[in-house]
Design a protein around this ligand. Structure first.
Ligand SMILES: Nc1ncnc2c1ncn2[C@@H]1O[C@H](COP(=O)(O)OP(=O)(O)OP(=O)(O)O)[C@@H](O)[C@H]1O
Ligand SMILES: [Mg+2]
Length: 669
């Protein structure tokens, strides 16, 4: 094979020497060549100095040209390829020339160790960085990478568990590099792509990076990936850890840095062939922890005691001095209720800001906006990791979160309000003490803290395996049995998962995803519930099915105490429908909402007690229903935003001021 046409083209294969790029072994510029084989060799070398995202394509074009070169003239494609290669090379050279030169803030533990960290990145494909909250992992690592010349041939991809973190970290890193957001540092989240051609560091949610594997199997746009907050062990993170494990040998030029709180970094290291671990200890400012458990143990009075404890804690920290307060709450309902209590309890000057996943990006970013009034931020655990909100001096942590948990016995995934792990509690505490000393008030006892599990169970251990398999199929991640999970799921759970998917018609006899399965994979709920929702859409029974589906996701609100079973059964007769337990749920739902329409909250609570119904669980049911309802409406599966079964919320408000004052034995303020 003699690609003679190269000479005939008179192609100028002289390439300019780019400044040596530390990420690529420096190769001399290709000489001006007359020998066609030399010319092709030079082109091949030149390709190595192009942007990573172009290299694979260039190489296959070159191979295509070589294959046919002995049969026909290839001047035109070769010349076009030469031009494209040159353009990409000069883009890379330009990026190198414009590479931002980071400066580092003093006193951050990660900054003090930055030479060790840089060395470890240089000499290893994978590095695990473990450090306490506020040590500088998130904001300083991308800069250390830039200093090594990473980010030039491909982007530095930097993942965060949530979009508010992705955006705010991007803003902070951009600010530290003195560049406008969206240029050297950009971000991509579900609601917007703010990455430009000049971007070196791209912040994104881990969900976005996972979705990108669909169109870019080799993640070629990146030369470095920072998987931040890996200890969270969401399904997305576990999928990425497995995906990257398979990808790394095929992308020897790709660097991976995994950061985690100081939680079992050795587990990550083992997963990546004993990758080195660097631990960074220490933090900048002290945080004082105070334990203030609420008074009542009665679960039916829990919400009232809970509200009181929050108000007292806010009062307590404000006696220490001015500063913003961050309160962690399990969900939107608790946020609404607490906002209401705070408004009534405090003078009008106090600003109350909610923060939860479904808020618009603009509303979420309000917590970072400067303000003149005392502020209380009420947040779900979206604010638990990564965030630095400079004004926050105080954290109030009731120590609970709403978590999904699958029960293999009942075969349903349920939302539970559960005590958070020590790791979560420490992350929450870490949201203050970042720019000055802070105080964290825990609304539980020190013994309760000590008795909690060290870490939150990884999501994969809490999720219906059917749902995991479904998502893996939709993401084309391969077979669950072969996938290199950090902790592979139990064999029996996998088998049950497949059985469920067959039963639902989500996979066919060959275990391939059906179109129904693909639709199910898009619904972020338990596949059985998802299947009900899809059927309801087809049968025009969405209103009713959403009520029933929500009922199946929470604990049964009907109570049957051992010593009063007959009385309970008698009280429950009015909700009974002989032909169907499901219709019984609807009857109960109607009854409850009818009462809620005209009774005060206290009367309603009492009536529930008399009827052997758990008021707390009824409200939980209501909450899950609302979530499902807005989900299917958002996805266009439901005709309207209002449902016949939408719960009236007016009487669901927490206690009035007067009621609260009575309970406390006197008004405050
Ligand atoms: N937006 C900001 N405004 C002011 N200071 C900030 C900001 N972001 C970060 N900092 C400072 O940098 C420090 C390190 O923040 P960084 O987010 O890098 O820490 P981290 O180790 O990733 O913490 P975490 O475990 O909480 O995610 C903070 O404690 C704070 O002092
Ligand atoms: Mg961080």
């Amino acid at each position: 094979m003699r690609p003679q046409s190269v000479r005939e083209t008179g192609l100028n294969l002289q390439f300019e020497l780019v400044t040596p790029d530390p990420t690529v072994s420096a190769s001399p510029p290709p000489p001006r060549v007359d020998d066609p084989r030399e010319a092709l060799r030079a082109l091949r070398q030149a390709i190595e100095q192009t942007m990573l995202v172009d290299q694979h394509r260039f190489r296959s074009r070159l191979r295509g040209i070589e294959r046919v070169a002995h049969q026909r003239a290839v001047d035109a494609p070769l010349s076009k390829l030469g031009d494209d290669v040159e353009r990409s090379r000069s883009r890379r050279a330009q990026r190198l020339a414009n590479l931002p030169k980071p400066a580092y803030p003093e006193n951050l533990p990660v900054v003090e160790k930055r030479h060790d960290i840089a060395d470890a990145i240089k000499h290893n494909q994978v590095l695990i960085l473990a450090g306490e909250t506020g040590s500088g992992k998130t904001t300083q690592l991308p800069k250390i990478c830039l200093e090594l010349g990473r980010g030039v041939a491909g982007l530095i991809g930097h993942t965060q568990p949530r979009r508010i973190a992705a955006r705010s970290v991007a803003a902070r890193v951009a600010q530290e590099l003195n560049t406008p957001l969206g240029q050297a540092v950009g971000y991509k989240v579900r609601f917007g792509d703010h990455v430009s051609r000049d971007t070196y560091v791209k912040l994104m949610t881990d969900g976005i990076l996972l979705a990108e594997t669909q169109g870019d199997r080799f993640l070629e746009q990146y030369d470095t990936i920072i998987l931040d907050e890996a200890h969270e062990r969401s399904l997305n993170i576990d999928f990425l850890l497995g995906y990257l494990k398979q990808l790394l040998p095929r992308r020897p030029d790709l660097k991976l840095i995994i950061t985690s709180a100081t939680i079992d970094p050795q587990g990550f290291s083992r997963h990546f062939d004993n990758a080195p671990v660097i631990e960074v200890s220490g933090r900048t400012y002290p945080v004082e922890v105070r334990y203030r458990p609420p008074g009542s143990d009665d679960p039916e009075e829990e919400d009232v005691a809970f509200q009181d404890a929050i108000l007292s804690a806010v009062d307590e920290v404000w006696r220490e001095g001015p500063g913003d307060v961050l309160v962690f709450l399990p969900g939107e309902r608790e946020i609404k209720e607490t906002a209401e209590s705070l408004r009534k309890h405090h003078p009008p000057g106090v600003e109350v800001l909610p923060l939860y996943a479904r808020l618009s990006p603009e509303d979420q970013m309000k917590v970072f906006a400067p303000h003149g009034r005392p502020r209380v931020v009420l947040s779900t655990n979206v604010a638990e990791t990564s965030l630095t909100v400079p004004g926050i001096k105080y954290v109030i942590d009731p120590g609970t979160a709403r978590l999904n948990r699958y029960s293999p016995r009942t075969k349903v995934q349920r939302l539970h309000v559960e005590p958070v792990s020590q790791a979560s509690a420490d992350q929450r505490k870490g949201r203050c003490g970042r720019v000055s000393a802070g105080i964290c008030v825990r609304l539980y006892s020190e013994e309760s803290y000590a008795a909690r599990p060290r870490f939150t169970d990884p999501e994969i251990l809490r999720t219906n395996l059917a749902s995991v398999i479904l998502q893996m199929k939709a993401l084309r991640l391969g077979e669950v049995q072969d996938f290199p999970f950090l902790e592979p799921p139990d064999y029996r759970a996998v088998r049950d998962g497949f059985a469920t998917l067959h039963e639902l018609g989500a996979i066919d006899a060959n275990n391939a995803l059906t179109s129904l399965g693909a639709a199910l994979a898009r619904l972020p709920v338990d596949p059985r519930i998802g299947r009900m929702v899809l059927a309801a859409r087809d049968e025009g029974a969405m209103d009713e099915v959403l009520v029933i589906a929500a009922a199946l996701t929470v604990q049964d609100p009907r109570e049957r105490p051992m010593d009063k079973q007959d009385a309970a059964d008698a009280a429950h007769t009015k909700f009974k429908v002989e032909t169907s337990d499901f219709l019984g749920y609807l009857k109960l739902w109607d009854w409850y909402h009818e009462q809620a329409r005209h009774l005060s909250q206290n009367k309603l609570r009492k009536l529930c007690q008399e009827n052997f119904l758990s008021y707390v669980r009824l409200r939980e049911w209501n909450e899950v229903h609302q979530q499902l309802h807005s989900l299917v409406t958002e996805m266009g599966l439901h005709h309207s935003g209002m449902s016949n079964y939408q719960a009236p919320m007016s009487n669901q408000a927490p206690m009035t001021n007067a009621q609260r004052a009575r309970r406390r034995g006197g008004a405050r303020h």
